[in-house]
Design a protein around this ligand. Structure first.
Ligand code: HEC
Length: 125
């Protein structure tokens, strides 16, 4: 008789724990509804990275995007419409292709950063 009681007790404890787990899962699904917003912000990590490269490299010293930046170089608003990715890449690596006496320095970062930067510029339409 005692053994049965203990088993019953254990079973009810198990049930209790299992129910608790389910509730936890449900709670995380419910709060999960709010998550896509932050996820959306980072939806395209490559563009985020490209923007960071742009900021880190100091392109804004000479160029404006939106209304922020210097005016030594032309505005980059709409630059993704003006050139294709291949041409942008060429300009970044060898700004002299536009003007042999340009003050723009060639991009010297990694290939990955260059790709991200080009993708970011291409998104400015
Ligand atoms: C020291 C100033 C300077 C810096 C820094 C600079 N640029 Fe430039 N950039 C220029 C100038 C000036 C031109 C225009 C070409 C010329 O006449 O010299 C230009 C041209 C360009 C063009 C072509 C624009 C067009 O409409 O034809 C792109 C794209 C560009 N720069 C992107 C960048 C990016 C991206 C960076 C950062 C990695 C950068 N530039 C850093 C000065 C700069």
């Amino acid at each position: 008789m005692k053994a049965l009681q203990i088993i019953a007790l254990l079973l009810s404890m198990l049930l209790f724990v299992a129910c608790g787990r389910k509730q936890q899962q449900r709670a995380s699904i419910e709060t999960g509804n709010k998550r896509p917003q932050t996820a959306q912000k980072l939806a395209d990590p490559k563009l985020e990275r490209g923007k960071a490269v742009y900021d880190e490299t100091g392109c804004a010293v000479c160029h404006i995007i939106g209304e922020i930046g210097g005016r030594t170089g032309p505005s980059l608003n709409g630059i993704g419409k003006k050139y294709d990715a291949k041409k942008l890449r060429e300009i970044l690596l060898k700004p002299q292709t536009l003007n042999p006496n340009t003050v723009m320095p060639p991009f010297e970062g990694s290939e990955e950063d260059l790709k991200a930067l080009v993708a970011y510029l291409m998104s400015l339409k």
